[in-house]
Every structure is written in C-alpha cells, then in structure tokens.
Design a protein around this ligand. Structure first.
Ligand SMILES: Cc1cc2nc3c(=O)[nH]c(=O)nc-3n(C[C@H](O)[C@H](O)[C@H](O)COP(=O)(O)OP(=O)(O)OC[C@H]3O[C@@H](n4cnc5c(N)ncnc54)[C@H](O)[C@@H]3O)c2cc1C
Length: 395
C-alpha cells in the first residue's frame, strides 16, 4: 500500500451480495435439511449431496480452485465471507471437500485431475482427506497405514481416525507409507481411493458436537487400489502448508459464525427478560458481558478477514493463520459461554439451541492444528526457534 492510502474496512456492493445470496441459500436449502433431520446424528448422505450441489452451483464449494481449474475466481476473502454464513456442521464438510480438491489440483497429473475432480467440484461426489490415525495426530511422522505393491495394484492396510466426511465419502486421499520401499527409504505416499472400486469399512464416531456433520474412522484391509492412483507430485509440503493456512482461517470463521448467532440470541433475550424490575440488559454487568462478547466476535472476524486478504496478496501467513484460528476459536468459545449465561437456566435447555452452539464450538480447537500446536507455529515464526523438536533456528 502507498503511504497516505486510506485503509478501507467497508464491504463492496459485490461482497454484500455474496453475503446476502449465501444467507438466502442457507435459509432455502441448508436450514430446512438440518431442521428436518435428527439433531444427534449425521445427515443421510443424500441430504449432504443435495446441499453440496446447491453450494457448488453458488460457486462456493471449492474456493481454492483457480478459474482454469473449474473454480469461480472468487478471492479467498470473498469465499470467506460466504463460508462464514454457513452452519459449521455443513461448512466442516465443505472444508474437507475443498481441501481434497485443492490438493489434487495442485499435485495430480492432468489425467488424474480429469478422472477424479469433476464430480467432486460439482458436489455429486463426497470427498475427504485421511491423515490422522489412532497413534498419529499432531505429529504426522508415525503414520502406520502401509502400501504394498502387487503388479499394477497397491494393497492398503491400516486405519484412519477423525476424518471429516469419511462415512459418506465416495473418494478419499489417503496418506500412507510403503511396506518395502525399493531404495529402503521410507517416504510418505498419497493415494486416491475410489470407494466403489476399492471398498473399505467406515463408520461415524459419536462426538460432543457438529453432530449432523460427518466425522468418522475407516479400516483398510487388503484394500486394492490401482497404482495409477498414487499422487506423484513433490510439491506436497508447500501445498499442504497453504491448505492448512486457509483451513485454519476458515475454522476461525466457523467460530465467528457460532458466536454471532449465540450473541444475537442473547442480545434479544437481554432486552425482554426482566429481573429486579427491569430488563436484564439494563443491568450494568449484563451490558459488560454483551460488550465482551461483541469485542470477541469483532476482533475474531477482522483477524480472519485480514488473514484471508494477506493470502490473496500472496503474503506468508504461516504464523498469522495459526494465531488467527487459535485466537478466534478461544475468544468465540468464551462468547458462546457468556451467551448461555445470559439466558440463565434457559441457556442450558435443548429448546433454546445455544447449548448446541456450545458443543459445536468445542470441536474447533482440534482440527487443522490444536491450540498448542498453533501456538508453537506462531511462536516459531516470532522467535525463529523450532520448539517442536529442539531449538535449532529455522532454516
Ligand atoms: C472436527 C474434526 C475434524 C477433523 N478432520 C480431519 C480430517 O478431515 N482428516 C484428518 O486426517 N484428520 C482430521 N481430524 C483429526 C485432527 O487433525 C487431529 O485430531 C489433530 O491433528 C490432533 O491429533 P490428536 O487428536 O491425535 O491429538 P494429539 O496429537 O495426540 O494431541 C493430544 C494433546 O497433546 C498436545 N500436543 C501434541 N503435541 C504437542 C507439542 N509438541 N507441544 C505441546 N502440546 C502438544 C495437543 O495440543 C493435544 O492437546 C479432525 C478432528 C476434528 C476434531
């Protein structure tokens, strides 16, 4: 920016349109599906496909894809404005779909892209990426899923845990290592598994929140996959870092979404609920709590927007995205907690619905970097010291 240029915090008319049209989509397609299905379990797959197709038509299912790859050419900031409007039980699934698409687009051969991507981009097929395992979480080095070569087939054995979309997926990018590498050197391999051609078992894991979304585990037992499905690119780490930075910021926006809804409800309640002869919103401490919540939501939202804007400028955001997700998730978690309190006992009821937001937001510190891991990533950038595995300055 030139010296003297003003900083503009306003949204353009196009950006206002993106927000308004996404809200209409949520009201027209997503909320009716969520309302018509049990709150305590994953939606039927057909409902997720219906939602994905509508979201894809709106051009916000795979925001990371460039136009030449089938994307709509929205900036990441504009995609974030849309993403923020979507209930997180659905937007978490969208994030998984988009991560798969972005990684394949960046790493696959043209032939593989043509085979795997069109049905995922259009929302006809559900996709996911499986890295986490029972013994491998924050530190990906211990991956135990093994690939064995037999002729022109790969044979996969192993287990993946806590994978978004896995029980509903048609296609998954699996991270594994080779059983007996030719040169004796173990390296991470990524392979695309199409479930109809290479079946594997998958089931939902019952967790505290995001219950209408999809989070589960899968077991691969002698699962035979064409060797042609191996993703050969060596740009993996670079793509992965970019992918994580966006995921982290988008998870921050999921926290903002939940806190904003909880705040709106608490504010309305504070205006009508009367105690000690006046609305509770007229009591000084309730106003202070509302002020704390509004501050948390505003700072979190602008931090997310700024990080997306930085990514759109091509700036390095490794530390900033880590800071963004950690701060937004913690600040908004506190805001949802405050909102529940403003409703008193009613805040704890299923009927009021804030307890669902409280359970949903509790899911967010874990995916795409736990709070501790994010603090270490940010701290590494601030100090130049690598705290994960020793104190040697970063190269
Ligand atoms: C909603 C949700 C969606 C997910 N989606 C996917 C997905 O699509 N695909 C996928 O592969 N996985 C997914 N995951 C899994 C997620 O990536 C892992 O759960 C996460 O990486 C943490 O791993 P872990 O649960 O094994 O915890 P661990 O890594 O075992 O960590 C346990 C605790 O130790 C702390 N810790 C670990 N190392 C350090 C350290 N060096 N210093 C300080 N503290 C440390 C952690 O912060 C944490 O508090 C998802 C998880 C959730 C909750």
């Amino acid at each position: 920016m030139e010296r003297g240029d003003a900083m503009d915090f306003g949204l353009s008319p196009d950006q206002e349109d993106i927000i308004a049209s996404t809200r209409r989509l949520v009201d027209r397609v997503i909320r009716p599906v969520l309302a018509a299905n049990p709150k305590d379990r994953a939606l039927p797959k057909s409902e997720l496909v219906k939602i994905f197709k509508a979201v894809a038509e709106q051009g916000i299912l795979t925001p990371r894809l460039p136009e030449e790859g089938g994307g709509t050419g929205l900036t990441l900031l504009d995609s974030g404005l849309a993403f923020e409007q979507i209930p997180p039980s659905i937007s978490m699934s969208m994030l998984s779909q988009d991560s798969f698409t972005a990684r394949l687009y960046a790493e696959c051969s043209d032939q593989q892209k043509a085979r795997f991507l069109p049905d995922v981009i259009s929302g006809k097929k559900i996709a996911c990426t499986g890295s986490t395992e029972p013994d491998t979480g924050s530190d990906p080095r211990g991956i135990k899923t093994r690939l064995r070569r037999e002729g022109d087939m790969a044979v996969l054995n192993g287990q993946k845990m806590w994978v978004t979309n896995i029980s509903a997926c048609d296609i998954i990018l699996v991270t594994c290592t080779e059983e007996a590498p030719k040169d004796g050197r173990q390296k991470v391999i990524k392979i695309v598994v199409e479930r109809d051609k290479s079946p594997f078992e998958a089931r939902e894991i019952d967790a505290i929140g995001l219950n209408q979304g999809f989070l589960g585990e899968a077991v691969f037992t002698d699962c035979r996959v064409p060797l042609a499905n191996i993703v050969e690119s060596d740009s993996g780490t670079k793509v992965l870092n970019k992918s994580w930075n966006l995921n982290r910021t988008f998870v921050g926006l999921q926290a903002v979404h939940l806190a904003q809804r909880a705040f709106d409800q608490a504010l309305e309640y504070a205006k009508v609920r009367r105690q000690f002869g006046k609305p509770i919103g007229a009591h000084q401490l309730v106003q202070k709590n509302l002020s704390d919540m509004a501050t948390a939501i505003t700072t979190s939202r602008y931090l997310c927007y700024r990080t997306l804007w930085m990514m759109d400028q091509g700036l390095d955001v490794d530390g900033t995205a880590a800071m963004t997700k950690r701060y937004a998730q913690m600040a908004c978690h506190e805001a949802v907690w405050q909102a529940m309190n403003i409703l008193g006992a009613m805040g704890l009821s299923r009927e009021a619905g804030i307890e669902e937001m409280y359970r949903d937001i509790r899911m967010l510190p874990i995916p795409d970097g736990t709070n501790e891991i994010l603090a270490l990533i940010h701290g590494r950038e601030l100090t130049g010291f690598e705290a994960f595995r020793g104190v040697a300055p970063r190269e």
